[in-house]
Design a protein around this ligand. Structure first.
Ligand code: HEM
Length: 483
């Protein structure tokens, strides 16, 4: 009798617990054992916490600090797992699909048909196809344009009155846009006014995107309060992209072959896309992927050189030696001679966490990561920014120290410890292009100018983390021509 009662009571308790779990709002049910946060809001999950942290990256830094290298949270109603150590990233190296939910705000800009949102075999094939436009072979061919644009900036800076301060980020953003559009996007960008107009519209739509991703602006607010301006800018921007496509198509159809500017990306898109809508989505994906990343990488590198004058002088010495044999413009063989400059760029990417987040998903299979079972369809955040500041790999991670990237020191580390461009077959398709353009621009600038802060030297410029990390405030510098 007693046994029957115990069994009955046990069944009732189990039933009640099951009922409670069933009745709880979906966001409170944890589908696996990875430690982490409960949802703070049924609908928004931990998005209010992301907003409060200031950015997704800062939220992840705190999450990993509290729960360890693998930790979970709720992005809206979606359960997510974040990986904050390179060894855990290694376990995701073969995954190639992206979870749409994390980058959903971007979809309203780049559309549903861009490389950015394609998954499965199609995503990988398209990634391979478009990466070719940014291969070292193409980068080497684009060196004359990189040199020309850099030298134009040098001339421009030489004309700035001695005591004027220079807004570094503004200049580097404008330069990044020119570097990409004039090497990859063809005829439309032969006219400087077109580039400027394109830049202006891009800035306005991108500011809204970042606000949504950081939780400052919800999609609803965007639709109501902010909606009309946002939609107007977006439409104007898309019309510009349509002009970019027609200008290159017209040039290619022209009988005069001399008027067709080299544009590996746009030419590949014109030859391999189903329709103009698909081309437009991919142009937008590369614009979004390439403008802010390069503009801010250049900004941070020059910022670190500005506040580390000894390193700047050592780089100036290296650059002068390379230029001695280069006759004013850098060729492919010269690019390979930079060693300290390359270390400085890598350390700047690391310190600034230029692009702090990537993500993957496996929609069909359960995964085992860090000993935990992860249910199929769980977005996996690759917290690249967290891994770049891991004190177990980079001692005193807040310190700017290009020595960490000396070739003999790199050799002792696993390659994946430094993955600022992502990992595996889906990593940034333009990572080599990013190095080529940055090396050329910075070499020309440091060869011609000494940079000093126009801000208090002990005043640290705060980073503003988003899809890409930019400075919270403009960085004002002084420039002095070198003899
Ligand atoms: C300057 C420094 C740059 C950094 C640090 C950077 C970083 C990244 C990262 C972390 C990803 C995600 C990769 C992944 O999911 O594994 C990515 C993707 C991407 N990047 Fe870059 N990037 C940079 C420059 C560029 C440039 C210059 C372009 C364009 C010319 C570009 C275009 C893209 C595109 C289109 C994707 C999406 C690729 C896909 O979906 O398959 N990036 N980048």
């Amino acid at each position: 009798m007693l046994i029957a009662f115990v069994l009955f009571a046990g069944a009732v308790v189990v039933g009640l617990v099951a009922l409670m779990i069933y009745l709880l709002p979906p966001a409170a049910k944890k589908p696996c054992l990875v430690p982490g946060l409960d949802a703070t809001d049924d609908k928004l999950g931990n998005i209010p916490d992301i907003t409060q942290a200031g950015s997704f990256h800062e939220f992840l830094l705190d999450l990993h600090e509290r729960f360890g290298p693998i930790a979970s949270f709720w992005y809206g109603p979606q359960f997510c797992v974040s990986l904050g150590r390179w060894k855990l990233l290694k376990e995701t190296v073969s995954l190639t699909d992206r979870p749409r939910i994390i980058f959903s705000a971007l979809e309203s800009l780049v559309g549903h048909r861009s490389l950015r949102t394609l998954n499965g075999q199609e995503g990988i094939s398209r990634h391979r196809l478009l990466s070719e436009s940014f291969s070292p072979r193409h980068c080497a061919k684009q060196l004359p344009t990189f040199n020309k644009i850099s030298l134009e900036l040098v001339e421009n800076w030489k004309s700035i009155p001695k005591d004027d301060h220079v807004p570094l980020n503004d200049y580097m953003m404008a330069l990044a846009i020119r570097l990409l559009t004039s090497t990859q996007m063809g005829a439309y960008f032969k006219h400087h006014e077109n580039t400027m107009e394109f830049h202006k519209l891009y800035e306005s739509v991108m500011n809204d995107m970042e606000a949504v991703i950081n939780g400052d602006l919800t999609a609803d607010e965007k639709g109501a309060a902010h909606g009309q301006v946002f939609q107007k800018n977006m439409t104007a921007f898309k019309i510009k992209v349509a002009d970019v496509i027609s200008a290159q198509r017209r040039a290619r159809n022209s009988p005069d072959n001399d008027v067709v500017p080299e544009a590996p990306l746009l030419d590949t898109l014109l030859a391999n896309s189903a329709d103009d809508e698909e081309i437009m989505c991919d142009i937008l994906a590369f614009v979004v992927g390439g403008f802010h990343s390069t503009g801010n990488l250049l900004t941070w590198t020059l910022y670190y050189l500005t506040i580390h004058p000894e390193t700047q002088e050592e780089v100036a010495q290296e650059v002068a030696n390379v230029f001695k044999q280069a006759n004013g413009t850098l060729k492919d063989a010269d690019i390979k001679k930079f060693s300290l400059l390359l270390q400085v760029i890598d350390e700047s990417i690391r310190c600034s966490a230029t692009v702090p987040i990537a993500a993957r998903i496996d929609e069909t299979k359960e995964l085992k990561i860090g000993g935990f079972r992860i249910p199929p369809n769980t977005p996996l955040i690759q917290a690249l920014g967290v891994t770049l500041q891991d004190p177990n790999v980079f001692k005193e991670p807040d310190k700017f120290d290009p020595e960490r990237f000396r070739p003999e020191i790199i050799k002792k580390r696993n390659q994946l410890t430094f993955s600022p461009f992502g990992i595996g077959p889906r990593k940034c398709p333009a990572h080599q292009f990013a190095y080529y353009e940055s090396l050329v621009v910075i070499a020309h600038l440091i060869h011609n100018f000494q940079l000093t802060p126009a801000f208090e030297t002990d005043y640290f410029i705060e980073p503003r983390y988003g899809l890409v990390t930019k400075p919270e405030t403009e960085i004002w510098i002084n420039i002095k021509a070198r003899n």
